[in-house]
Design a protein around this ligand. Structure first.
Ligand code: GDP
Length: 725
């Protein structure tokens, strides 16, 4: 293998390890910056060298470069190496999906990274996706540095972007550099810490030239440096003291303070340049080393089921205790599978070790499936190649082959069994869509794609509508579903017919109701006979179960062989609720008695009887329809505040909070998803295009009585139409 990197776990390397993400609004230059990073860290360059020696033609070259680019983009984690002051640093660049709707995927990606680079377009500034990702990063306390890109473009204005960071994202963002020239004149940056100019020279900007600050910028540079020190003094005690005593902090003191404040999430250092024109990228790589945390700088927690497995299952989920992970390779293993990837090397599972060490040949346990498996091969992924390693220790990111698991599964050693990095909680889908392949011969491919996506992303689900024979996919929003449809086309060449997106309703009951139901049919030959008795009731508040079936039958009124069919009948019924066809949640079915016939009873008869018994009792149990309600956050210039509030009120939204930050007002509220269709254009026209909003799923809430009546009526009509078709 090419590299001199360690292939065995060693905790002494932890201070030199960085697990980082690069996040950006689409088109800000995340891909371009990532490619430049791989170039400067020698990953892409290395390939050119090898290919040169092989004498492979230029045409082949460009194809390979394309492929390389594809891999760069797809790779869930790319390993590269940066040398600073003679010290080798290991960077894992973890792909962070920027889409709002990928709640689970975004959370998982954020979870495995210790810090992030927020890329912003120097012209467009902070856009909606940046707001969303930033909010997620705040939630997970991910320290970040910012890179303002595209300074070579007409209209680039880094100061305005920094004001955006302060006003729109409420970040204590401060320039670490000044641009030398903007748009066509953009040449380099002034480093406000070392007070020197940095120019990127050479064909690919690979040669850095350090020079004096241009004379006409000296005064501004001094003023900006003073501002930087002052801003730091506000959030860092050591600099604060020096500031009060009017003493000039040293370079090392400043760097240490910026590192402390960045890791504490009280400060965001801002860098700038043009990835495309190869300007200002190396200083960002230095900044990752200087200011973003290494694995021991951040705290990570695993969850441990409180009691033994059986008790925990009986008590329901949610009985979990947090346990601090120690970045110590000698502890028992805890590793999270955060991404599955179909690659040209076959199925890869990416993992991060939180504690302990995994060695090739180890036996490890999957906390979710309880399976035990032997680690076949451990590799590190580079952008274009992989490297076999013998073991991976605390803080490291690696991939293994040929392991059947789901993304989000935790792997442990025997001694650490029971620990899990992720709660089993998966949010409710909020929207669904009927899909089918346009070409019938694609059915098998379609099944394969769906199987893979549902395994990778637990918020993406599918089921068959038995009545209409349609495949229904559901997920966290319209965009979420659109992305999978797009991926099926791109990755599987599957053209799909899709229905209109529908909001996913659920149903519940509010009180207990009894059932006593006899299903009886006599049509010549063998008849049908089954009787079931019992009750349904809502589960206790706080229970995380959706459906509990209790068999309380004493005696032999119902022969044992029918119980499975009875439970299946009730499960059929809750899957598609009687009111609007939504899943029934939070319900207990207790079977107390019944009756069977020697000849006419059958599994089918009991299954049907149970489903119909459920329907009859459901009506008496105070049924409700629930709809997904979204947490909506709107950022607008304050002059448009009133317009936004009135719009949200019209949508039956609840306003939870409004806050004024600089020129902006941030409105937070809860709004039914069904009212949010078309909101982006409505907001645009109400705010002259200046408003931005984000939304994410909050909870399902009961709809009003009149809405419920209307929904039920529509559902009946739909059933009628299906019957006639
Ligand atoms: P991503 O969607 O964030 O990954 O953005 P890309 O890296 O794909 O860039 C989007 C577009 O912006 C592409 O056409 C890039 O060539 C272009 N781009 C990226 N960085 C720069 C830059 O620094 N300057 C200019 N002028 N264009 C850039």
């Amino acid at each position: 293998m090419c590299c001199g990197f360690a292939t065995e776990a060693d905790d002494n390397n932890l201070p030199f390890m960085r697990n980082i993400g690069i996040s950006a609004h689409i088109d800000s230059g995340k891909t371009t910056l990532t490619e430049r990073i791989l170039f400067y860290t020698g990953r892409i360059n290395a390939i050119h060298d090898v290919r040169g020696k092989d004498g492979v033609g230029a045409k082949m070259d460009s194809m390979d470069l394309e492929r390389e680019k594809g891999i760069t983009i797809q790779s869930a984690a790319t390993f590269c190496q940066w040398v600073k002051d003679g010290q080798e640093y290991h960077y894992n660049i973890i792909d962070t999906p920027g889409h709002v709707d990928f709640t689970v995927e975004v959370e998982r990606a954020l979870r495995v990274l210790d810090g992030a680079i927020l890329v912003l377009c120097g012209v467009s500034g902070v856009q909606s996706q940046s707001i969303t990702v930033d909010r997620q990063m705040k939630r997970y306390s991910v320290p970040r540095i910012a890179f303002i890109n595209k300074l070579d473009r007409e209209g680039a204005d880094p100061d305005r972007v920094i004001s955006d960071l302060v006003d729109k994202l409420e970040l204590n963002a401060c320039a670490m550099q000044l641009p030398i020239g903007l748009s066509k004149e953009h040449e380099g940056v002034v480093d406000l810490l070392t007070m020197q100019a940095i120019y990127s020279r050479g064909d690919n900007g690979e040669k850095l030239e350090y020079a004096d600050i241009p004379a006409d910028m000296q005064e501004e540079a001094e003023a900006r440096r003073a501002e930087l020190v002052e801003r730091l003094a506000e959030v860092d005690d050591e600099i604060g003291e020096l500031f009060l005593m009017d003493e000039e902090p040293s370079l090392e003191e400043l760097k240490a303070a910026i590192r402390r404040a960045t890791i504490a999430n009280t400060f965001v250092p801002v860098f700038m340049g043009s990835a495309f024109k190869n300007k200002g990228v190396q200083p960002v790589l230095d900044a990752v080393t200087d200011f973003l945390p290494c694995p021991t700088d951040v705290e990570n927690y695993a969850l441990r089921a409180k009691s033994n497995e059986d008790d925990a299952a009986a008590a329901g989920a949610g009985e979990e205790e947090r346990e601090l992970m120690l970045s110590d390779s000698s502890k028992p293993l805890v590793a999270l599978a955060f991404k599955l990837e179909e690659s040209r090397f076959g199925q890869l599972t990416y993992m991060r070790v939180y504690q302990g060490t995994v060695n090739r040949g180890d036996w490890i346990f999957n906390s979710a499936s309880k399976e035990k498996l032997k680690v076949p091969r451990i590799v590190r992924m580079h952008s274009n190649e992989m490297q076999d390693i013998d073991s991976a220790g605390a803080g490291e990111i690696f991939a293994i082959f040929g392991v059947e698991c789901a993304s989000g599964d935790t792997f442990t050693h025997e001694e650490s069994r029971g620990l899990s990095m992720e709660s089993m909680f998966v949010p409710q889908p909020v929207m669904s869509l009927a899909v089918e392949p346009k070409r019938t011969k694609d059915a098998a491919k379609f099944g394969k794609a769906l199987k893979r996506f549902t395994r990778e992303d637990p918020t993406f689900r599918r089921h068959m509508d038995e009545k209409t024979n349609e495949t229904i996919i559901s997920g966290m929003g319209e965009l979420h579903l659109q992305i999978y449809i797009e991926r099926m086309l791109r990755e599987y060449d599957l053209e799909l017919k899709t229905g209109a997106p529908r909001v996913s309703f659920t149903e519940q009951i509010t009180q207990r109701a009894n059932f006593s139901y006899t299903h009886k049919k006599q049509t010549g030959g063998q008849g049908m006979y089954a009787k079931v008795e019992g009750f349904i009731e809502p589960l206790e508040d706080g229970s995380d179960e959706d459906f509990v079936f209790e068999n309380r039958v004493v005696g032999t009124a119902i022969p044992n062989e029918y119980f499975t069919a009875i439970e299946a009948g009730f499960r059929d019924a809750v899957e598609k609720g009687p009111q609007v066809g939504g899943e029934v949640k939070g319900i207990r079915v207790a079977l107390e008695d019944g009756n069977a016939h020697m000849v006419d009873s059958s599994e089918l008869a009991f299954r049907i009887a149970s489903a119909l018994a459920f329907k009859s009792a459901f009506k008496e149990a105070g049924p409700q329809v629930l709809e997904p309600v979204m947490a909506v956050e709107v950022h607008v210039p304050t002059e448009f505040n009133a317009a936004v509030l009135s719009q949200l009120n019209q949508k039956k939204g609840m306003i939870n909070d409004t806050a004024v930050v600089g020129q902006y007002t941030i409105v937070k509220g809860s709004v039914p998803l069904s009212a949010m269709f078309g909101y982006s254009s409505a907001l645009r026209s109400a705010t002259q295009g200046k408003g931005e909003f984000t939304m994410e799923y909050e909870e399902h809430q009961p709809v009003t009585r009149d809405v419920q009546a209307k929904l039920m009526e529509d559902f009946q009509k739909q059933l009628q139409a299906e019957r006639e078709a």
